[in-house]
Structures are given as C-alpha cells and as structure tokens.
Design a protein around this ligand. Structure first.
Ligand code: SAH
Length: 348
C-alpha cells in the first residue's frame, strides 16, 4: 500500500528517500513543496523527473476540495466544508480577530462523545482524521482565503483526545519551521474531559493552551449533558486540570455554553466559581448555539448577566465569546449535516 507522504516529518521523508536510493537532502525540498500546497509530485519543479515519478509510485498525495463555502456578511468569518479523499466531509472556520486570524479545525469525522447539545455527534463517529487532513484544513483555508493564519484552535468537529496520536503528529507538522511554523503557544486544544490523556498531553505538547468543555460544575447536570462525565466525574476532572496546570504552568480555560434553565442558575454560577478558583482556570461563556435537532435554548440575556456578575464577584476571570458568523451555519457540525442531507455517512 502507498504511504501518505503528507503525514510524514522531514526526517521520516529522509528515511523513505534513503530506502529508495535517493539523496537525503531532497527531503527538505519535498517537505517545503508539500507545505506550500502542491497537488501533485509533478509540480515539484526542482526535483529530477525520475524522482518525481518514483514518489508517485510510492506515495499518495491527496488534497481536499472545497465542497461548500460560506462567508459572513457581518464579520468576514468564513466557513469551509472540505471534501476528503473518501468522500467524507469536515468543517473548518476562519475567524478574523484583531490579534490575528484564527482557524478552527475538526479532528474527526463525527464524534462518539454524544454531548446532548452538540450537532457534531448526531451521526456518531465515522472516522478519525489523518494528520495530513488536519494540516490541510489549515493550509488550504489559508491559501483559499488569502488570510495569513496565526492561531489554531482544535474546536471543530470531533474529540481531539480520541485521536491523540494523529493530533500530536499534526501539531509537529504545523509547528515545523520548514512548514507553516505556527508556534505551540498559538494553538488551543479543546476536550470534553478525556482525563486519561492529560499527562500525555502535558508531556508531548506542554506549551499549547488546553480548554476544557465544562458546561456544568456538578455531576448531576454535567452527566446529563455530557456522557463523558459519567464514570469520570467533575471532581476527578478538576484534579486532572489542577495537575495539568501545575505541571505545565499553563492556565486552563473552561468553556461553558449557557443553556436556558439547565446550567445557568445562581447555584451553578457559585459552584462554577469555586471550580474555576480551585484550578486557576479562566471561564469562557458561550451563548448556546441553537441546533435544530436539539431541544435546548440559549440562556436569556438577564440570566447571563446575573451569572457573569456572580463569577466576577467571586474573583473569577470570565469572558463571553463574541458570536461570529451569526448569519452562516452557526455551530460546527451543522454545515456538514446539511450538505450530507439524507446520504448515509461512509464508514471505514
Ligand atoms: N470535543 C471537543 C472539541 C469540540 S470543541 C470538546 O468537547 O471540547 C467545540 C466546543 O463547542 C465545545 O466546547 C463544545 O462543547 C461546544 N459546543 C458544542 N455544541 C455547541 C452548541 N450548540 N452551542 C455552543 N457550544 C457548543
């Protein structure tokens, strides 16, 4: 079977070249071409023709196609639906902030975590993305939009810690000085709380920013919303967050989608404040995006205001996420579902 050359690091391409009887120094050239977005080995114009042909015999090189694109008239947010080699599709969002353009990427096709308010998980997990596919979400969003992308958030479709090895390899690819060279401090990873992976993450990517999708500070509410909480529990999640913070020195942020009548009472606010202080976390409140298939509604402005006041009075660092792209398919997973229509997703 042919190998996917785009998931390889320069030193690995070197080893492959050596095995083909080719000089190692070509690896850097090839890596740079790949990370500039060429769609074929033919385009690597400074490589000898024989080498280009040999690469074509031994490696695959597939680039995603734009299956749909939406541009917000309100704030310039761009949403891409990328069609992958096997016909599956994932979403990527480009957001324009003053501090730089940020790309939000998917890490899986679908998700197995089953959060009750989320659109990405409705059809379950189809498959994990390859490192190359995540790289291409960043690279082709940059090439197509013409916007230099300085920040990456792994907050699209999928649970990144359920695709741990591929995500770590993606980070090394995107971080590479001969590639996109995006610094780890400019990358955030969001998880529903797969605590079994926190130590590995702290070890392999100590400089990235970890976001934990908390959404409720107590087991009763959190387990009802997020199956990942069942059998783990908020207390253990807090211990893991604390340990992660102590080990990396990087403050965690808690994502908290405000859901009307579910997690937005004063009791929740007080307990959330305690949790945040317990682990030195920053709280990022998100007004819930309404998902057609789900019964939940966003909190009222009044409840949000009260909630924020309580957190602030308790000394918690809290921000409210600005809603971007309000006129295009809001939360992740929606565009993919719309385009898929009645077609069954392909499984591997
Ligand atoms: N699986 C990871 C990565 C997904 S990130 C995680 O759970 O963190 C996507 C973020 O958007 C998560 O914080 C998720 O909980 C949140 N989210 C999902 N559906 C939402 C909705 N309808 N409204 C607001 N936030 C939502």
């Amino acid at each position: 079977m042919k190998k996917n050359i785009l998931s390889l690091l320069p030193e690995e391409i070197e080893a492959e070249l050596a095995a083909l009887g080719q000089p190692k120094y070509r690896a850097g050239q090839i890596f740079r071409w790949l990370h500039r977005g060429v769609g074929s080995f033919e385009e690597m114009s400074d490589l000898p023709k024989a080498l280009r042909e040999q690469l074509g015999e031994h490696f695959t090189l597939y680039r995603p196609r734009v299956a749909a694109k939406q541009v917000s008239q309100l704030d310039g947010t761009i949403k891409y639906l990328w069609q992958l080699a096997d016909g599956n599709a994932v979403e990527t969002v480009v957001m324009r902030y003053k501090h730089g353009n940020t790309v939000c990427i998917s890490s899986q096709v679908g998700c197995r975590q089953g959060c009750a308010f989320c659109a990405s998980t409705i059809g379950g997990l189809v498959r994990c993305l390859e490192p190359s596919e995540m790289l291409d979400e960043v690279l082709f969003s940059q090439l197509d939009s013409g916007l230099p992308l300085s920040n990456i958030v792994l907050m699209g479709i999928g649970e990144p810690l359920d695709n741990f090895d591929h995500v770590m390899r993606f980070l090394r690819l995107v971080n590479h000085p001969q590639g996109l060279n995006i610094g780890m401090r400019h990358i955030s990873l969001s998880t529903c709380g797969i605590i079994e992976r926190f130590d590995d993450l702290a070890e392999q990517a100590p400089q990235l920013t970890l976001s934990v999708s908390l959404h409720a500070p107590d087991d009763e509410t959190r387990s009802a919303l997020m199956p990942a909480n069942r059998g783990r529990g908020v207390e253990r999640l807090m211990d893991s967050c604390r340990a992660y913070y102590e080990r990396t020195g990087r403050r965690i942020s808690f994502e908290y989608a405000m859901i009307d009548g579910v997690n937005d009472t004063e009791r929740h606010a007080r307990l959330l404040a305690r949790r945040a202080r317990q682990v030195g976390a920053h709280v990022n409140l998100i007004p819930l995006n309404h998902v057609e298939e789900r019964q939940f509604r966003p909190s009222t402005q009044g409840h949000m205001k009260k909630f924020i006041e309580i957190l602030q009075a308790e000394g918690v660092n809290v921000t409210v996420r600005r809603k971007l792209g309000g006129d295009i398919d809001a939360s992740c997973g929606q565009l993919r579902r719309r385009e898929a229509g009645s077609k069954a997703p392909e499984r591997r």
